[in-house]
Design a protein around this ligand. Sequence first.
Ligand code: NDP
Length: 332
Amino acid sequence: ATEIRLAARPKGWPTLDNFEIVDVELPAPGEGQVVVRNLINSVDPYMRGRMSSAKSYAEPYAVGEVMTGTAVGEVVESTVDKLAKGDFVMHEAGWRSHAVLDAKRAVKVDPDAAPLGAYLGVLGMPGLTAYAGLLDVAEFREGDTVFVSGAAGAVGSLVGQLASLRGAGRVIGSAGSAEKVAHLTGELGFDAAFNYKDAPVTEQLRAAAPDGIDVYFDNVGGEHLEAAIDSITLHGRIAVCGMISQYNATEPTPAPRNLAQIIAKRFTIRGLLVRDHLHLREKFLAEVAPLVKAGKLRYSETTVDGLRNMPQAFLDMLGGANTGKMLVRVAN
Ligand code: NDP
C-alpha cells in the first residue's frame, strides 16, 4: 500500500516538498475493522489549513503522519456483518491507496444511485455546504440577487444553480478564467459572470449588478468581500464559507477596508461551518439528488489519475486548475 504523509509544514504556498509518498505494509484488520481499497480521494481547500499548526476548526495534520481526507473505496476484506467484500464505502482515510479502518467509520454508498465521485462533491460535503450556506446561513429568499465567488468550484457552482432553481432574481458568479466564466453563463445558467483577474472586483461587480446584491456567498475573502460590501443592499446577507485568497498568505490581509458600511446598510455577515448543519443532510439529499439525476443541476469534476499525483492535484486545486470538484482517481 502507498500513503502520503505531511513531510513539513508549508510557509506560504505549499510545494511538493511538503509531502512524502511512502510504500507501507498494510496491517491485518482487527476485530470490527475493514480493509478498503480506495478508488477516489478528495482534495479540498480546508486541507491547507490542516497542514499548518495554527489553531482552527479542524485538527492540524501531524508532521510525519499520513494525511486524512474523504475518500470512496471498495471493501476488500471485512470482519463485520454490516459490510461485505465488494461494498462501496465513504470514509475519512484518504491520501492513501488502502485503508484499514473501524467499520463504524465507513458509510456505505450506492454506486447505482450516483457515480462514486458525486459522494465527494455535489452530493457530499461540498454540496451540503452550498445548500446549508445559501438557505440557512444566507437566508436566501426568492427574488434575491445572489453573488457567489469561487463560482466554478465544487461549492460555488452549486450555490449559483440552487439559487436560480429556487427563484433568484439574478445570479452572478466570479471565477479565475475566461473558460470558467463561459461555463458559468453557459452550462450552469448564471445570469452574469466575470473573471476576477481581468479588472478590480468592485468595478466588475457593480457592472454585473447595477441594482446591488442581496446575498453574497463568500468562498474567497479579501478583495471579493470588499466588493460585495460595496454592492450589498440594505439588510443584505453575507455568508462567509471560505477565504481561499488568504489561505497561503504569510501576512495578515487588509481587505475588507469598507466594513464600516455595515452600519448604514445594516447587513449581516455570518460564518458558516458545514458540520453545524449535518441535520439538513436528509433534506439536502431529498432535494438535490433528484435535481442532479434529472440533469437540472449540473456538476463538473476534474479528475487527476494516480495517488502519486495527489499532492500536485491538491496544489493545482489551490491554484484554480479545477472546474467543479477536484478528485484523484486512485484505482479503477
Ligand atoms: P473549489 O472547487 O472552489 O476549488 C478552489 C478554487 O478556489 C479554485 O479552483 C480557484 O478557482 C479558487 N481560488 C484559488 N485561489 C483564489 C484566489 N486567490 N482568489 C479567488 N479564487 C481563488 O473548492 P471548494 O468548492 O471545495 O471550496 C470552496 C470554498 O469553500 C473554499 O474557500 C473552502 O475553504 C470553503 N469551504 C468551506 C466549508 C465550511 O464548512 N465552511 C466547507 C467546504 C468548503 P479560480 O480559478 O476561480 O481562481
